[in-house]
Design a protein around this ligand. Structure first.
Ligand SMILES: *[C@@H]1O[C@H](CO)[C@@H](O)[C@H](O)[C@H]1NC(C)=O
Ligand SMILES: *[C@@H]1O[C@H](CO)[C@@H](O)[C@H](O)[C@H]1NC(C)=O
Length: 529
């Protein structure tokens, strides 16, 4: 009897040990140094879900977070005033000119050094250094061209989850080795209408885009590795940055590809948490906004150009054009506007406010249209609540988001810099009056919510999974540790082709030899006759 019971008993014991260890109150570090409020909202929502599940979450950021929780210890280490001024100037510059993907990348490479540099300087800040006094169990790194920060996790000897605020792209895929499948998975810069298979032109475009992006990231890479070596080079027995990139446990990506597309293969270490920032039930609105919305007989419109671009960075004549159209509508308008002393104009149907609970307003039944700069966060919220959009994208991923939104039939996209009263007015009328946009996005909203676990449950389950299984190395795809040559079997093809060529040559030679033997000295031609 004893012999029979013991293994069962041991198994139960070890199961209990495995399940019980870190799930109750792990110490989790969130390193969220992207200088963008929209990124921070996503990362803080991840932190909040974990704090709510009973973990002791500490966040280091460079901006004061808008999403907060009393249970999260937030350490804010702001950029210097000088850096702040440079960043603001750059945003202004981008809002005033046309931004292709490559112009943006180019600016990131040269002008936008501050964004990357400040994330590096952060690591030596005395307030940051104090985090090494705490014994952490897990680090979550908000990704924004900052993976030299993986060294922090190595120093703390903890597993890492990378959190990215959009759908997976090449560099994020790289951490866990998602296959790239360029022939049918369009990048965020290749607009392919929903449900359409990529033709030759799109495939070529997709391939070339990928190629250029890969090159640009190689250039970034030199800089990132330089920062890493400067910060951690003096540590003894320390891994290289390349080694740490192959030691990422999971990536959280902010998408839900089953409903959003594209359908593509993802390895199990890719966890989709699209909509993490959206509350299950909206919070009550501030009193003034609630009153304004409730009395909107003909419905309401929300206009927000996001958190990075101050509305004053948009050219005054463009704001004036927007005002002239909006003030003549029968709908009420809530307009996010920072400087209340300098308004584009006053009108009874327009309510200006500096900061607004965007998600809660979009959840309000009176909200009929969202005018947006097409940041991923806002688009996601509008899609969740089924509110059609008119997009005015500016830079970065926004033009791609806007194109995808328009291609999906959820609204229209306009070029901000060539916005006129006529084309803006026409776009608003079309989306407000033609029911097909609201219907299309309403259908999407149903698909988007149909999941086995909510985004918050995914975050908690998988973070605890990583904690329980000490980084879960078993989850890792072997591809992470392979070179490109091995991963695509190029060496195998090379060998097989060589063997094939050699055997063809040998066969030909042997054939010729036999012919010569049989037909004597004469050539083939003669022997035919
Ligand atoms: C929670 O984290 C803080 C660091 O932010 C640390 O000082 C504290 O000791 C942690 N609490 C527990 C119970 O581990
Ligand atoms: C690699 O990841 C594991 C968890 O999977 C972690 O425990 C370990 O410290 C990491 N190694 C380095 C060198 O950071």
């Amino acid at each position: 009897m004893r012999l029979k019971f013991r293994p069962v008993f041991l198994a139960v014991l070890s199961l209990v040990a495995v399940l019980a260890t870190p799930s109750e109150g792990a110490n989790i570090l969130g390193l969220f140094s992207s200088h963008s409020q929209s990124h921070l909202i996503i990362h803080m929502s991840v932190a909040k879900a974990l704090a709510k599940a009973g973990h002791n979450v500490t966040v280091v950021s460079m901006l004061e977070p808008k999403v907060k929780s009393k249970d999260i210890h937030v350490i804010v280490i702001p950029v210097t005033d000088e850096q702040e001024a440079i960043l603001e100037d750059q945003m202004k510059e981008m809002a005033s000119q046309k931004n292709t993907v490559f112009a943006t990348m180019n600016r990131l490479l040269s002008g936008m050094t501050v964004m990357i540099e400040s994330q590096y300087e952060l690591l030596s800040h005395p307030k940051f250094q104090q985090i090494y006094d705490t014994k952490f169990d897990l680090m979550i790194m908000g990704w924004f061209i900052n993976d030299f920060q993986l060294g922090v996790a190595a120093k703390l000897k903890v597993p890492v989850i990378v959190d990215w605020m959009n759908a997976p792209m090449a560099i994020i895929d790289g951490y866990v080795a998602n296959p790239s499948e360029l022939s049918y998975v369009p990048s965020m810069f290749t607009g392919v209408p929903k449900g359409e298979v990529m033709g030759f032109r799109h495939r070529l475009q997709n391939y070339v885009t990928d190629w250029i992006l890969t090159y640009l990231f190689h250039v970034f890479d030199l800089r990132l590795t330089g920062y890493y070596n400067e910060q951690f080079g003096k540590e003894t027995n320390f891994p290289t940055l390349a080694e740490l990139r192959r030691n990422v446990s999971l990536v959280f990506v902010n998408c839900h590809l089953i409903s959003e597309g594209p359908i593509r293969p993802l390895v199990p270490a890719t966890i989709q948490i699209g909509g993490i920032q959206i509350k299950d039930t909206p919070d009550p609105l501030p009193k003034d906004i609630e009153e304004f919305l409730s009395k909107s007989e003909h419905g309401a419109i929300l206009l927000s150009m996001g958190s990075n671009i101050k509305s004053s960075a948009v050219k005054p004549e463009l704001n004036k054009n927007m005002f002239n159209v909006l003030s003549k509508l029968k709908q009420n308008v809530i307009w996010k506007w920072e400087n209340l002393d300098d308004l584009p104009g006053k009108s009874a149907n327009i309510f200006y406010t500096k900061w607004l609970p965007q998600d809660d307003i979009l959840a309000h039944p009176k909200t009929k249209l969202f005018i947006t700069h097409a940041g991923k966060g806002g688009i996601t919220e509008a899609q969740y609540h089924g509110v059609p959009m008119v997009a005015l994208p500016i830079f970065g991923d926004q033009p791609g988001n806007a194109e995808k939104m328009q291609n999906s039939g959820y609204g229209l996209s306009l070029d901000l810099l060539t916005l006129t009263e006529e084309n803006f007015g026409a776009a608003l009328r079309e989306v407000l009056e033609n029911g097909k946009y609201a219907q299309e996005i309403g259908q999407f909203s149903v698909l988007y919510r149909d999941r086995p676990l909510t985004a918050r449950q995914e975050v908690v389950y998988w973070a605890e999974y990583i904690l329980r299984h000490k980084g879960a190395p078993h989850l890792q795809s072997p591809r992470v540790h392979m070179s490109t040559i091995a991963a695509y079997n190029l060496d195998v093809y090379a060998l097989l082709i060589t063997v094939l060529i050699i055997s063809l040559l040998l066969t030909t030679l042997a054939f010729k030899f036999v012919l010569r033997k049989v037909f004597g000295k004469g050539s083939l031609h003669e022997s035919k006759d």
